[in-house]
Design a protein around this ligand. Structure first.
Ligand code: LMR
Length: 400
């Protein structure tokens, strides 16, 4: 029956891990997937997560089903973390929210909601974006449109082009916006630019659909990273928001996330909530319980919450140290052609190096260094033992 099923391509990001795993070179490095590693190159289970695990084990929970929209203690705390406890729609009880299967699940659910209820059957994505965004949009039955974001000259943001595309889009269009630590570019708008963008959104009555997978990773400060979300909400926008706790709590495989929509009033929220349930039930019935309990334990315990914030800052700071070291090696030690200052300026988990696909291929073939073909590297995969080897080989690949 499946004789005509064609062989599909490897996933742009997770396929890199597959290739890495198959490589026998002891010096191999995986900078493909955005997953934090410590300075020994090992996966990192946050101490706050370990403590939460112990507390949960002591409490002896059962394994019953969660409600369709997940664990309320988790969902409420996640929403508070994103919007801030003084947020008006939160206080007025008009944010419809649900637990999701991490950030991808939040996107999938949110975009399915748009496909069903949003007047336009399309959404604008930045011209460079997370490799999975377009696939999710298409699989939800929406059309992908693009707005200008990437400036190849500076390996930064093309803000003028971005604004022009926002102005040129039909009124009331949906735009997917990276809230913080833009993946893959590592370059966010400044607060002033966000405020300017928000004014154009007002004129055009556009809809802001935020993807916030890295709250805490950009600046190390949760409130600052949530600025665009909070600003749009303060300005009265009925935004959509996808959250993930994969990166900031290191809960990758636990699949902990949330999706929320700011509604006009409690009645609208009740209707939206009912439709989110109608979408979720045939998709996966209800979400997994363990990761949500862990996240809730941390978010709702003042002591663990305090520890967690310090640990997130620790991860952000190690990445910043790697950026400084990489810049120094590429620019000064190996005299790699070009200006590498963007490596230092970028923020969050990734650096968009500007390496060309052929150079990426050469790194894999000659040095067993794996990254996505768009030239993105997960900075978290670099450490004091492998950074020199990486820089030396990047320099060779650039020099050809
Ligand atoms: C990434 O961009 O590497 C992460 O978001 C992991 C993933 O699922 O792609």
């Amino acid at each position: 029956v499946w004789a005509k099923v064609p062989l599909g391509p490897r996933d742009a990001i997770l396929g890199v891990t597959e290739a890495f795993k198959a490589d026998k070179n002891p010096k191999k490095i995986n900078l493909g997937v955005g997953a934090y590693r410590d300075d020994k190159g090992k996966p990192y289970v946050l101490p706050s997560v370990q403590k939460a695990e112990q507390q949960l084990a002591k409490a002896g929970h059962d394994k019953e089903y969660l409600p369709i929209t997940g664990l309320p203690e988790f969902v409420n705390a996640a929403v508070k973390l994103a919007y801030g406890e003084n947020s008006k729609p939160l206080q007025e009880g008009r944010i419809a929210a649900t637990q999701t299967i991490s950030g991808t699940g939040a996107l999938r659910l949110g975009l399915a909601f748009l496909a069903r209820f949003f007047p336009h059957k399309s959404i604008y994505l930045p011209d460079k974006t997370w490799a999975n965004h377009a696939a999710i949009v298409k699989d939800c039955g929406l059309e992908v449109k693009h707005y200008k974001y990437y400036d190849p000259e500076t390996v930064g943001v093309a803000f003028e082009g971005f604004k022009a595309d926002v102005r040129a889009a039909p009124n009331g269009s949906a735009f997917l916006l990276h809230a913080a630590a833009f993946n893959p570019l590592g370059t966010d708008l400044t607060k002033e630019q966000w405020a300017e963008l928000c004014e154009i959104f007002k004129e055009k009555q556009h809809f802001a659909f935020f993807d916030m997978a890295y709250q805490g990773f950009a600046s190390g400060i949760f409130e600052d990273d949530a600025f665009p979300v909070r600003h749009f909400v303060e300005q009265g926008f009925p935004i959509a928001l996808c959250q993930s706790f994969a990166k900031n709590m290191g809960l990758y495989g636990e699949r902990v996330g949330a999706f929320s929509l700011v509604c006009a009033d409690k009645d609208e929220k009740a209707r939206v909530d009912s439709q989110l349930k109608i979408l979720i039930r045939p998709m996966y019935s209800n979400p997994p319980v363990h990761g949500a309990r862990l996240a809730a334990q941390i978010l709702n315990s003042p002591e663990l919450y305090k520890d967690w914030k310090v640990e997130v800052k620790g991860m952000a700071d190690r990445i910043i140290a790697m950026r400084e070291a990489l810049y120094d090696l590429l620019q000064n030690k190996y005299k790699t052609p070009g200006d590498w200052s963007h490596v230092k300026k970028q923020i969050g988990m990734f650096s968009y190096t500007g390496l060309k696909p052929e150079q990426v291929d050469a790194l894999a073939t000659h040095a067993s260094i794996y990254l996505t073909r768009d030239g993105r590297i997960s900075m978290a995969g670099l450490n004091s033992s492998n950074i020199e080897y990486f820089a030396e080989n990047v320099s060779k690949a650039v020099k050809g």
